[in-house]
Design a protein around this ligand. Sequence first.
Ligand code: AMP
Ligand code: ZN
Length: 493
Amino acid sequence: MSAPIKGPLFLTNTLTRKKEEFVPLRPPHVGLYVCGPTVYSDAHLGNVRTFLTFDILFRWLKHIGYTVRYVRNITDVGHLVDDVDHGEDKIAKRARLEQLEPMEIVQKYTNGFHDVMRLFNILPPSIEPTATGHLIEQIEMVKRILATGLAYEVNGSVYFDVLKYSSTNKYGELSGRKTEDLIANTRDTEGQEEKRSPLDFAIWKKADATHLMKWPSPWGEGFPGWHLECSAMSTKYLGLTFDIHGGGMDLKFPHHECEIAQSVAADGHVPVRYWMHGNMLTVNGRKMAKSEGNGFTPEELVTGNHKLLEQGYSPMTVRFFMLQSHYAGTLDFSNAAMQASEKGLARLMAAMDTLGNLKPTGTGSAEVIALEQRCYAAMNDDVNTPVMIAELFEGVRLINSVHDGKLSMDAEGIERLRELFNTMVLEVLGLKNEDESKNDDGVLDGLVKEFIRMRAEAKAKKDFATSDRIRDQLKVHGIELMDTKEGTTWERV
Ligand code: AMP
Ligand code: ZN
């Protein structure tokens, strides 16, 4: 028997637009699929927000007792420029511009993506399949869709017949679109000549002679349509129907709508039980995107080397900034909000240090039990990280009150508070104390703290000559001490 789940967990299902109790198909197992990056350029902070959203979900599901198989793919073929069905492949275009093999582009930006994920402490998925590694599965899926009559072949390309499909199925249910409106709004006629309806989408595209990334198929040399890979890979690893599918809001239509149609057409199963969509990171109200020129890379962020940045910010400051708003709402990047996050995170980490040395004072631990319950309630309520963080700051208040002798707490209460902070701050929110990680093994941090303690002792004895000398000498070595309400912290200058 596995341990009981610390739930129930409620999630907003973007298919039904309701908050629903999450009940997996095969508890304690949970299947989670998230659309991964198209590896043709550096990841920007907007991409980071989406992967962070699902990192928190992954961490929380595991924490409350589920065994999670998390699949996040790498799109390394089939995603055409402007997300349409004609024109150049994003990766092939980049290969041409950088004068590299497409697979060199794929490798370069996959490596870069992994570095970015590590930088922000985003955990790797259980399986990270690539589209080019699953061509056989995709070709088989095209064959199954053709066999049901819901796709047709024209001149070496295969298109999904949306109107035929929607005569018996709900196309547009996820994105809330009606086929009539979609047709009325179609302006683009380029590349549509082969299609029966402008709503149809390619599941296999014929490659012309100059095309670099192509494979043999029953319909001639070609490559898979962008939406197909996710259908083929999610169901291969998670089953024909699985628990959760996630991605950024911008993928709802057409990508996810098409994924549903493909799975229903090929296998007769609605593939996903809970759809979850993270909202966009914006800059001055506009979606952060490479093409907008407002998509700064993590490197620019850390160095502050971008016209929109007033200073550099650490990766954990960014992580904390993003988690202070709920994943379903938009989040606007601003220097003021980042600076506030920097301070907030420092306060949280300083309180954790204080907590590490906190001594029991009398009796009582009721506040801790209530706090713990509120933290679980927040996270189980649609992964509400901002509410949970607000609760943690209530915890900071408790820690400081005990430290200042204004509140009594017994040893059990302190231990429970430590456990709660370690779990929620480090394991669930995935925050790290960057002061410690600056010097890999924490030796420097330990030494500076020893000096801080000696300085406090000197001050207590009114030996200000010594306390000032400690502060000044540390500064000579590039370490600045800061006296705050929560105690003394330090940083490199
Ligand atoms: P791509 O590599 O363009 O396929 O995008 C990878 C993921 O990043 C997708 O889930 C997108 O929805 C997401 N994404 C792209 N731009 C933003 C943004 N500004 N804010 C949040 N997520 C984004
Ligand atoms: Zn996808």
